[in-house]
Design a protein around this ligand. Structure first.
Ligand code: M6R
Length: 607
């Protein structure tokens, strides 16, 4: 997830680009850059770190003359977050400059073709391959639209890009596939950007570009084409009513809500480039140099720990690998019994959590093999672990973690299938079935989220005055019950306990009374009968129950909340947003500060 902006018009372009990038920083901020044409030369400015580093480099006279250009703020996916990998990227002749958001999945194959012709690349990015491919298209076709179309017919993956050419200053081309791109129509000026806030101070007239659409724009004209056939496309200009602050949240009231609704995209992004299109096998290049572990030891904190617990159920049942899961702050102060057959997996959204890092250093010191699963590229965890896999969820701004956990579950599921294949614990047919169901999930999920939210809004009102809650689940829904309780606690300040449903009768059931409700995860799996018995025990003590379940489960409780059915453990991806939305709507109803709850920090970098 990166932010891109392009401008052509009557104003000095650099301040417009910088202002736009500032409002896109939520999409990534590990490096930034911009480019424009002046006096028949492409000018390029890039810097690692936040935008101020880029601004301090903009010291040439050309900066005040440019009236068009492109800009980028990066959330690294390919290559370290340094200046060389920062966007824009140029083609081999420095005639074209391009900014890109997304992942070109077949960039290695395309890169190899250039290498065969003796052409070297300056960066490690997939983006540089794309701009070089378009330049090659120019050599063949002599026309930019044809060149782009030719290149895009060869590219697999997701992208939104904007392109300028030294020989055609004032014209900008931009296109998208599976990454957002919006055109902004001004008066004597035009824009494209990853998100509306980037140009909202200048225009509210927008066109939402669809997949495989290409816009060609100058200051006074714009046209949209199908990027593959180059047939013209007629689009409707819409007027946006949001103010700038609302627009940063994509029109959502809180970042947490926006991030919950981003989860279908998060799953799609996690899958990007990780499934072989023909065999439907899982491709995880990052794990190729790692042996399939005999045992796995997962270490993490908070929500990431819950993701690890979920991983234990999935990994043991599908890949047959025994898994231990520990809280990092406990693990780090125990004697470490080193087992060379183990791989130690550290899960962290930020990659900067102090306890998780301390545990990692301890394991490394004892000679253990470490694998990091994290979201932030170049974070301490990513740098220090022997191996790293990225969740590719994009920046998470709300303190309460939502989409990060979704991406962790998604990646753990992929790793499980990958090792299950190597372990022969699942055959290729079973893997294909799981992968196909997984590929269908983003679409299914995005169709149901609004309904899930409405149900959460309706149900939460009857429970928002209670002082305490139980969240119960069995099997792989037990970790999700823990997560449901954590979400409710941290943003609504209602006390909540997550419990294994079968454990309630060993003590906590003493607390059950009409004012202490239970949120039960009663999904239609082999354990449903057991969960039903546990719920009867609660009802016998007059406890109220919300049951998150699926059609046909025949539950007779206070609130039956049905979610769709999919393949095995993938049902968790419907459970998770329901729990998140229940906590969210409760907190909103109670008037709490959802995105920045009291006493908490997004990244816990102290012990
Ligand atoms: O960045 P990490 O995943 O290492 O963070 C771990 C926890 O601090 C984090 O998940 C925390 O529990 C969240 N506030 C939960 O919403």
């Amino acid at each position: 997830m990166c932010g891109i902006i392009a401008y052509t018009g009557h104003r000095p372009s650099v301040p417009v680009l910088i202002q736009g990038l500032k409002s896109l920083e939520y999409r990534g901020y590990d490096s930034a850059g911009l480019s424009f044409v002046h006096m028949n030369k492409l000018h390029l400015f890039r810097a690692s770190g936040k935008l101020e580093a880029l601004e301090s480099k903009l010291d040439t006279g050309a900066v005040i003359h440019a009236t068009s250009g492109i800009g980028h703020t990066r959330w690294a996916t390919h290559g370290l977050p340094n200046e060389i990998n920062a966007h824009p990227h140029l083609d081999h002749n420095s005639d074209l400059a391009l900014v890109h958001n997304g992942i070109i999945e077949n960039f290695q194959e395309l890169k190899a073709e250039f290498a065969d012709c003796g052409l070297a690349f300056r960066s490690e990015t997939d983006t540089e391959v794309l701009v070089c491919l378009i330049a090659k298209g120019m050599e063949r076709h002599g026309d930019m639209r044809q060149a782009i179309s030719w290149a895009l017919r060869q590219v697999e993956g997701s992208f939104a890009f904007a392109l300028i050419s030294r020989s055609n200053p004032g014209t900008i081309w931009a296109a998208r596939r599976s990454s957002p791109l919006i055109f902004g129509q001004g008066t004597g000026e035009n824009f494209v950007a990853s998100d509306i806030p980037a140009f909202l101070p200048f225009t509210r007239e927008v066109v939402f570009l669809e997949d495989d659409e290409l816009v060609e724009m100058t200051s006074n004209e714009w046209r949209i084409f199908n990027s593959l056939t180059l047939e013209p496309v007629t689009k409707k200009v819409q007027t946006i009513a949001w103010d700038v602050q609302a627009a940063q949240k994509g029109g959502y009231r809180h970042f947490m809500l926006k991030e919950i609704f981003e989860q279908p995209q998060v799953i799609a992004d996690c899958l990007a480039g990780r499934v072989d299109r023909e065999t439907k096998g899982v491709v995880l290049k990052e794990l190729e140099s790692l042996q399939v572990p005999k045992r796995l030891h997962i270490i993490a904190c908070g929500t990431s720990y819950h993701a690890g617990l979920w991983g234990k159920y999935v990994m043991e049942s599908l890949a047959g690998i025994p898994v231990d899961v520990e809280i990092a702050s406990e693990f780090r102060y125990k004697p470490l019994i080193h087992d060379p057959s183990k791989i130690y997996l550290f899960i962290s959204q930020s990659g900067e959590t102090a306890d998780t890092l301390a545990a990692l250093y301890l394991v490394k010191k004892q000679g253990g093999i470490t694998l990091g699963l994290c979201n932030v590229l170049g974070s301490s965890l990513a740098r220090e672990a022997h191996h790293v896999v990225y969740t590719q969820a994009g920046p998470e701004i709300s303190v309460a973690s939502t989409k990060a956990m979704c991406s962790q579950l998604a990646l753990i599921f992929l790793i499980t299938l990958y090792w299950a294949r190597h372990n022969l614990s699942l055959d290729s047919k079973a893997i294909e079935e799981a992968v196909c169901a997984f590929e269908d999930l983003p679409d299914m999920l995005s169709k149901t989220l609004e309904h899930t939210r409405n149900t959460a809004t309706r149900i939460c009102k009857s429970y928002s005055e209670v002082r305490s809650f139980f969240f119960l689940g069995r099997g792989l829904y037990f970790p999700l019950a823990l997560e449901g309780a954590l979400k409710l606690k941290e943003i609504s300040y209602i006390h909540a306990e997550g419990y294994a449903a079968g454990e309630l009768k060993h003590g906590p059931i003493a607390l059950i009374e009409p004012d202490l409700p239970t949120f039960a995860l009663a999904l239609k799996d082999d354990l449903l009968g057991k969960v039903k018995s546990n719920l009867k025990e609660i009802q016998a003590r007059k406890g109220k129950i919300i049951a998150l379940t699926q059609p046909g489960s025949e539950l007779d409780v206070n609130d039956v909340w049905e979610i769709p059915v999919t393949w095995g453990p993938l049902n968790s991806f419907f459970v998770l947003p329901a729990l998140q939305l229940f906590a969210y709507e409760t907190a909103v109803y109670l008037g709490k500060d959802v995105d920045q709850p009291r006493n908490l920090a997004k990244s816990v970098t102290v012990e």
